[in-house]
Design a protein around this ligand. Structure first.
Ligand code: HEM
Length: 483
């Protein structure tokens, strides 16, 4: 009896039906065997982190308000009152750290292997765009939490933008009068930069497919050993599961911090790890150093495929450029460590400046009264005193939170808050010491001892409470110095 082709098709099962309709067999093409190694999967791992960032970012955006008056508080509410809000924020934070680490490693792999050579020069340039797009996303993301670190970072950017004149137009208050810069940073973070990155990615991945994966630098002719691309994808899905598990664990056990509402007029923080090397340069060469080093990095990366003219990607013929790259990496590493151990420095004289980032920020004065508001300018000794008094008030509020955590036997939360108290105090220690060195020494002793006790594996809650009382008394005494 003759077979009915329609029946034959329907017998193949749902899996085959879907595979046919999605043309999955199109992924069964050969790639060199080395394309399936971890080193050649770093781009793919960055891509997975980016997807996690988009998914969690969309959720976070439902709860975030992009106004200087409410931004910080909206994240606090998300973390404390929204179901799994803290987890989603933690996953977003850790996926961002991993994406930045893997994109840097991917760039270094491509650089060391000379994978930017003919005919992949343009794909390298798309990669450079992706690198800066990701840096931009990371930077704007850290601004959104609107704590002291975010506020100072934005003020730095505004000051740097002024130095480049018309090119810094986007950061000038006059660019969009009445719209806080923070709100514009939110739009950059959630629409402009993701669209840019997705556009560049589409071109980047298409060129990877069309130009095929580059040969190994010690075996510049492909050695003929091949594997299916679908196998590479299966491996990537596996990496995706591991990565998702890892970011969830990190989010639970090492949740990202959120500092208090910022106070204008103080430079007391350092930037996140990614920008520490540039911060080091700024310590020595000021804002022009910051701008110069960022421009130099961009130019150097753009120049790579045009400077390295050796035809082969063989390492032996590229000793000079690889050595130069190694020196640059070591330098960046050294500068990062240097900034990590250094104390925060005054770069833009925020205490004396009259214009503040965003045109709208919380001021110490407003903080004392209502917790949030507009800011224009702080100058003079009276204003400084108000700012310090507000920070001391901030410290007293943190002390109350530590007490509540101790009362509720939540020693981990108490330890975290104690670290925050330490940070608040460190930011104003020298200003208190300038008025009364004994008062500053008193606070320092109590606050640091409190931190040490709470960091112990089994802290003595009674001893911590006692020290907390002493810390409160010494801070209350210091408040009088600034009234
Ligand atoms: C969001 C950031 C990025 C993503 C998601 C991404 C993704 C990928 C993927 C999936 C590949 C295939 C092979 C591999 O993973 O090694 C690849 C290859 C490549 N990437 Fe990227 N990439 C990114 C950023 C960069 C950067 C920053 C550069 C360099 C400046 C770069 C330059 C290249 C080049 C030249 C290739 C071809 C390599 C070869 O044929 O061996 N990419 N990228």
């Amino acid at each position: 009896m003759a077979k009915n082709p329609a029946n034959e098709k329907s017998n193949k099962g749902l899996g085959t039906w879907v595979r046919e309709r999605l043309a999955v067999s199109g992924l069964d093409y050969e790639v060199p065997k080395h394309a399936n190694t971890l080193l050649f999967s770093l781009g793919g791992i960055t891509l997975i982190s980016f997807i996690i960032l988009i998914v969690t970012g969309v959720i976070l955006a439902q709860f975030y308000t992009a106004s200087p008056d409410t931004a910080n508080q909206s994240i606090r509410v998300l973390m404390t009152e929204v179901k799994i809000g803290a987890l989603i924020r933690g996953i977003h934070f850790w996926a961002a750290q991993i994406a930045m680490v893997t994109v840097i490693l991917h760039l270094l792999r491509v650089f060391i292997y000379g994978s930017y050579k003919r005919p992949r020069e343009i794909n390298w340039l798309l990669g450079v765009g992706l690198f800066f797009g990701m840096m931009g996303l990371y930077y704007t993301g850290t601004i959104l939490k609107w704590d002291q670190e975010a506020f100072e970072a934005l003020a730095h950017t505004q000051a740097a933008a002024k130095l480049v004149g018309v090119f810094g137009f986007m950061f000038a208050d006059s660019f969009a009068k009445g719209v806080p810069l923070l709100t514009r940073m939110f739009s950059l973070h959630t629409s402009v930069l993701p669209l840019l990155v997705i556009g560049l990615l589409a071109g980047h991945l298409l060129l990877v497919k069309l130009l095929q994966i580059s040969p190994l630098p010690w075996n510049s002719g492909h050695n003929g050993s091949k594997e299916m691309f679908s196998r590479h994808l299966k491996k990537l899905v596996g990496y995706g599961f591991v990565l998702t598990g890892a970011v969830m664990i990190l989010a639970v056990f090492l949740p990202p911090k959120l500092g208090a509402v910022p106070v204008a007029g103080i430079e007391a923080t350092k930037p996140p790890w990614l920008f520490l090397s540039i911060f080091s340069i700024e310590n020595w060469a000021g804002l022009p150093g910051l701008l110069g080093s960022a421009a130099l990095l961009a130019l150097a990366l753009i120049a790579v495929p045009f400077v390295d003219r050796a035809v082969s990607n063989n390492l032996k013929q590229r000793k000079a450029i690889v050595t130069l790259g190694a020196v640059a990496v070591l330098l960046a590493f050294g500068l990062t460590i240097n900034a990590y151990v250094a104390k925060p420095e005054q770069h833009i004289g925020m205490g004396e400046e009259t214009e503040q980032a965003g045109g709208q920020v919380s001021t110490a004065d407003d903080q004392t009264n209502s917790g949030q508001a507009d800011n224009q300018a702080e100058t003079g000794e009276d204003e400084q005193a108000t700012l310090i008094a507000a920070q001391l008030d901030n410290a007293l509020a943190v002390i109350s939170e530590i007490q509540s955590a101790l009362d509720g036997q939540n020693l981990a939360a108490a330890a975290e808050k104690a670290a925050e108290l330490d940070e608040v105090f460190d930011a104003i220690a020298d200003k208190i010491a300038a008025k009364d060195s004994d008062a500053a020494a008193d606070i320092e002793e109590h606050v640091h001892e409190l931190g040490e006790i709470l960091e112990k594996p089994q802290p003595d809650a009674a001893e911590a409470s006692n020290l907390l009382g002493h810390s409160r008394e010494s801070i209350e005494a210091a408040v009088k110095l600034f009234q």
